[in-house]
Ligand binder design. Structure first.
Ligand code: F6P
Ligand code: MN
Length: 338
């Protein structure tokens, strides 16, 4: 029988082999994974979670007149409580908090910064669809005393770890520390994440795209052109038929792409022209882009590599095209007028 490799063992080996990750970063990833286990547990209970039920909207009241918590708020709290005391972090930032959360003085301060989207794909919660937690880890800039929002404004290429945990039929943690992409599925009996795939590779070519087609009338010309050519199928310029998928949770769409290839697009559109896109750069696009690149794919905002973008705001939005390399390059070339 082949021996199962736990996330803990994988991380210890990453720490040993060529010193890929320092001990503090290993601890950080283990704590994030533990928090994800807790979120997975809450998600799986659904409406059976009693007063902590994950269903319904924040601010609503249950029959006893108590405020019900919504899953994205609960997930945010779980991640903060799990991470604040370990001594590995200086501060955290989340989609659910306007400002950064500095580790309180009563705990030791570490050198890492953790960013997360605690619950991605929230519109899927009430329909029992795929959702997840996305995270990104940066190092606090050297020489800075204290910690402030500015410290988080680093390009994605400076991430030291990134990943997500998808809560679907299985709970699977997908991780990179810059040495390829590994996937771990939660073994509920053992209570630990077990390695299921290492060295994930996205095929360079694909016949599957993911985009919210209902926005078509708002798209820019190069996006219209690309999708229109896909839709023409065999008879069109691409000479092949395409399939379409849209889960409406980035974690689930990216998970499919890491598993079997494809291209994901959430581009800028004319609905809110002053916004660069819908998705957030620091805790959605950056970690996903690094995972995709580590798996041999590509990620762009249609003008430049996402990981090269210098952020100027914590909750900055960005246009996203990522996945199979040849498709991403094609979409980029359409934007360059080729
Ligand atoms: O986090 C934003 C998000 O929920 C992504 O997970 C998902 O890809 C997207 O929004 C779905 O957007 P829409 O509802 O516009 O299709
Ligand atoms: Mn999200």
């Amino acid at each position: 029988m082949t021996q199962k490799i736990s996330l803990t063992r994988y991380l210890v080996e990453q720490q040993r082999s060529a010193g890929h990750i320092p001990a503090q970063l290993r601890l950080l990833i283990e704590v994030v994974a533990r928090a994800c286990k807790g979120i997975s547990q809450a998600v799986s209970k659904g409406a059976l979670g009693g007063e902590n039920s994950v269903m319904g909207s924040a601010g609503s009241e249950n029959v006893q007149g108590e405020v019900q918590k919504k899953l994205d708020i609960i997930a945010n709290e779980v991640l903060i409580e799990a991470n604040e005391w370990g001594g590995h972090l200086a501060a955290m930032a989340s989609e659910e908090m306007d400002d950064i959360y500095v580790v309180p003085n009563r705990y030791p301060q570490g050198e890492y910064l953790l960013l997360f989207d605690p619950l991605d794909g929230s519109s899927n919660i009430d329909i029992n669809g795929g959702i997840g937690t996305i995270f990104s880890v940066l190092k606090k800039p050297e020489g800075s005393t204290g910690v402030e929002q500015q410290d988080f404004l680093q390009p994605g290429k400076q991430q030291v770890a990134a990943g997500y945990c998808i809560y679907g039929p299985q709970t699977t943690l997908v991780l990179t520390v810059g040495d390829g992409v590994a996937m771990f599925t939660l073994d509920r009996e053992q209570g630990s994440f077990v390695l299921i795939t290492e060295n994930v590779q996205i095929p360079e070519d694909t016949q599957e795209f993911a985009i919210n087609m209902s926005n078509m009338r708002h798209w820019d010309e190069p996006i219209k052109r690309y999708i229109d050519e896909c839709l023409q199928g065999k008879a069109g310029p691409r000479g092949k038929d395409f399939n379409m998928r849209w889960v409406a949770a980035m974690v689930a769409d990216v998970h499919r792409i890491l598993t079997r290839g494809g291209v994901f697009l959430y581009p800028w559109d004319k609905r809110e022209p002053e916004k660069p896109g819908k998705l957030r750069l620091l805790y959605e696009a950056n970690p996903m882009s690094w995972l995709v690149e580590q798996a041999g794919g590509a990620a762009t905002n249609t003008q430049q590599r996402i990981l090269d973008i210098q952020p100027d705001k914590l909750h900055q939005r960005v246009s996203v095209v990522l996945g199979s390399k040849n498709e991403v390059e094609r979409i980029t070339s359409y934007h360059a007028g080729l």
